[in-house]
Design a protein around this ligand. Structure first.
Ligand code: ATP
Ligand code: MG
Length: 411
């Protein structure tokens, strides 16, 4: 991609109405556009990052048999009435609207009830179970506060997966598989080292649910972590969970964290309330077990920004960066063009700063954009036949000869 053609431009000034680091940087760098508090558009650059994150999640969900689908944003009132979750007392983040004939509708804040209703049509007998489906969907939530940038949106992207089972044992074993898949996801997102699986308050069915919490100063939660950072416990269940884990809660230190995932066993709760059943081998009607598994896609992007960005701007891990290489031409356009072509031909995702602006501006912008490798072609390169390659995260630079450039930059 040629930077001169890019839809967005960077900005030197920080938006005045933002306090969170992730939003400040993402807006300045042109990855997001703020429409109102808690509501952000994703530009082509921002979308590239989101799509990379989604693809990692998709691969790991597919690997455990998840099938992707997409549900709807407009939801029926009766679907949610059947479980007592239509009222604003039961769910305090509802956005609701009406059809022209007055029929009330809900705007999707979640999809558990919606998936249960949908499976009635497809799950009839034990032969149809287990099954696991997931989607990437924009959730709408009327959150009271929205000061954490894209980490808490009123409109945000979630991956939500739902697994349906004939027995509790089957649900339990799948749930454990999902935990392992989640660990892989956070590792691939570059958050593995500081993401903990923690106990959180459960629901009607189990005492605990599980959350995936990433240590992060900008997070809204508090984790209690032991000295060697092997145990972390959620504040809300500190007494219970430390007892369960056999650790003395007084040895744990509070640290800020962000909830990047939440997984839940509903068991037969929804099935009982909604009267959704399957027929067992004997033809007897039985309730269906449900577990649900969320990941905050846009929140994860925000957490990555918060944790990796430095004083100069964004720093993307290679796995989610919109491009792998930022090619900068400093008055050496012909040579840079040739290199741009060869990198692109080699399948190396490259954004090429072909703009006629001064070197200082190019360097500042490329630090702000946070692409992992900066390849600088200047006048000196023409004689030496070498490019200067800077690794954005470590700030290390190296001279790499043109002939070795592709090998050097290959993932
Ligand atoms: P929180 O406690 O942060 O309000 P939640 O428990 O309501 O989140 P879930 O309904 O479990 O969230 O949603 C699954 C995941 O979606 C969460 O683990 C989080 O990563 C993400 N998420 C939830 N609310 C938001 C939001 N307002 N903006 C961005 N991501 C969110
Ligand atoms: Mg939660």
């Amino acid at each position: 991609m040629r930077q001169s053609q890019l839809f967005t431009k960077t900005s030197k000034t920080s938006p005045k109405d933002e306090v969170s680091k992730n939003a400040l940087l993402l807006i300045r760098a042109g990855y997001t556009y703020k429409v109102m508090p808690g509501v952000y558009a994703y530009t082509p650059l921002g979308l590239m990052v989101l799509e990379k994150i989604k693809q990692i999640v998709r691969e790991e969900m597919n690997a455990i048999g998840g099938q992707e689908l997409i549900m709807t944003n407009l939801q029926r009132k009766d679907t949610w009435e059947s479980t007592g979750r239509w009222s604003d007392e039961a769910v305090d983040v509802w956005f609701k609207t009406k059809l022209q004939d007055g029929t009330e509708l809900g705007l999707a804040w979640s999809h558990e009830e919606a998936i249960m209703e949908m499976i009635q049509r497809f799950v009839e007998s034990y032969k149809d179970l287990p099954v696991s489906v997931y989607q990437f969907q924009t959730k709408l939530r009327n959150e009271l506060r929205a000061k954490s940038g894209i980490m808490r949106g009123r409109e945000f992207v979630m991956k939500d997966m739902y697994s349906l089972h004939a027995t509790e044992a089957d649900m339990d074993q799948y749930y454990d598989q999902v935990i392992e898949a989640y660990k892989k996801i956070y590792a691939r997102l570059g958050l593995g080292n500081e993401t903990y699986i923690t106990f959180a308050s459960g629901g009607a069915f189990t005492k605990f649910s599980h959350e995936f919490q990433t240590l992060c100063d900008a997070g809204e939660d508090v984790l209690y972590v032991n000295a060697d950072k092997t145990v972390a416990v959620n504040e809300e269940v500190l007494d219970d969970a430390s007892a369960q884990l056999g650790v003395d809660k007084n040895t744990l230190v509070p640290m800020k964290s962000a909830e990047v995932g939440n997984i839940f066993k509903f068991g037969t709760e929804k099935s009982d309330k909604m009267h959704i059943v399957y027929k067992d081998r004997e033809g007897k009607q039985q309730p269906i077990y449900l577990a649900s598994y969320g990941i905050g896609i846009t929140r994860a992007m925000g957490v990555i920004v918060e944790k990796l960005a430095d004083e100069k701007g964004l720093v993307w891990p290679e796995s989610v960066a919109p491009f792998r290489v930022h090619l900068l031409s400093l008055d050496a356009n012909e040579q840079a063009e040739a290199i741009y072509e060869s990198l692109t031909r080699a399948g190396i995702e490259t954004i090429y700063d072909d703009r006629s602006v001064n070197a200082g501006e190019k360097f500042a912008d490329s630090d702000l954009l946070g692409i992992p490798y900066h390849v600088v072609i200047g006048k000196r390169s023409l004689e030496s036949k070498k490019a200067e390659v800077k690794h954005r995260q470590t700030k290390k630079t190296e001279e790499v000869s043109f002939s070795e450039l592709i090998d050097y930059l290959q993932p």
